[in-house]
Design a protein around this ligand. Structure first.
Ligand SMILES: C[S@@+](CC[C@H](N)C(=O)[O-])C[C@H]1O[C@@H](n2cnc3c(N)ncnc32)[C@H](O)[C@@H]1O
Length: 277
């Protein structure tokens, strides 16, 4: 392993990080989290079709696999963390959704010999997989392309290079006092976050993510940020989350502006829906 690789992607370290986390909690609790969850579910409902073979790559605890199963897809769950896959299996069995499951694979998305070529209609890589693989993102996207059927689709979510600073301001404003310690300037200028306590990350700009997919022979059909205009505005959601009318207004505004210049790079995640050429 070269020093450069060591500095960035390390499969053991990323596995150990996710062995310690319960990713199910990511969307629990606050009204804001419910809003972010609903945005994600809407995209799954829009793109996943009954009977499709779907690879949920970096599936974590299976929250979105369960939605795909409810929609009638046949789902292969894959993750580097056995713990996350174990949570997913338990949740799926408890909800009696196991019929559509094709299997559970512990694997590394940067090299997937476990999966044959041209298998899936859709690969879903939600929750930042192509950010967590850092400098190995070129390997991961090639593997994703390989396991997709001809003209198969990818629904991928990565972390926004500029938007991330909005979250830091809300959640950990003290970090702004020591920008060098937290590697602010490298993230701001290059999107590279070398290993912290938890992970190495690559944050993307919208233009860069678009080029990355096109260079790997994907036709990008949709590209937008999510949440976009309401990202990091957490507290007000406690007051409106139970109002159907208010939330429909919120979703309509988000969906209208999320791909617009001036908004697209300021969200939390970038979502791409792309077809293998
Ligand atoms: C933030 S969680 C997202 C989980 C789920 N997709 C979601 O959106 O709720 C990221 C997941 O990616 C997995 N992961 C990270 N690097 C991976 C890799 N190289 N190969 C496979 N899975 C990986 C982690 O173990 C973790 O479960």
């Amino acid at each position: 392993m070269t020093e450069w690789e060591n500095r960035y992607y390390d499969s053991e370290k990323i596995k150990n990080t996710f062995e310690r986390l319960d990713e199910w909690k990511r969307f629990e609790g606050s009204g804001y989290n419910k809003f972010v969850l609903e945005l994600h579910l809407r995209e799954v409902r829009r793109h996943v079709k009954k009977g499709q073979r779907v690879l949920d790559l970096g599936c974590g605890p299976g929250r979105f696999s369960m939605e795909m199963l409810k929609l009638g897809a046949r789902v292969m769950l894959a993750d580097i963390s056995p713990k996350q896959l174990g949570i997913a299996k338990r949740k799926i069995e408890k909800a009696k959704l196991g019929k559509g499951v094709e299997g559970y694979h512990v694997l590394d998305a940067t090299n997937m010999p476990e999966i044959d070529d041209s298998q899936y209609d859709l690969v879903v890589a939600y929750g930042g997989l192509l950010s967590f693989v850092a400098n190995k993102r070129h390997d991961a996207i090639k593997e994703i392309r390989r396991v997709l059927k001809p003209r198969g689709h990818l629904l991928a979510e990565v972390m926004c290079q500029y938007g991330v600073f909005r979250e830091v301001l809300v959640e950990a404003p003290e970090m702004f006092k020591e920008p060098a310690k937290y590697n602010f300037w490298e993230v701001l200028e290059t999107g590279e976050q070398p290993w912290s306590k938890f992970w190495a990350l690559h944050f993307y700009t919208a233009d860069e993510f678009n080029v990355f997919l096109a260079d790997n022979e994907f036709a990008v059909k949709e590209l937008f940020s999510m949440p976009s205009i309401f990202y990091a505005h957490k507290e007000p959601f406690g007051k409106i989350i139970r109002s159907k009318k208010a939330m429909e207004s919120v979703y309509r505004i988000e969906e209208h502006v999320r791909d617009k210049p001036g908004i697209i790079d300021a969200g939390q995640y970038l979502i791409a829906y792309a077809r293998k050429n």
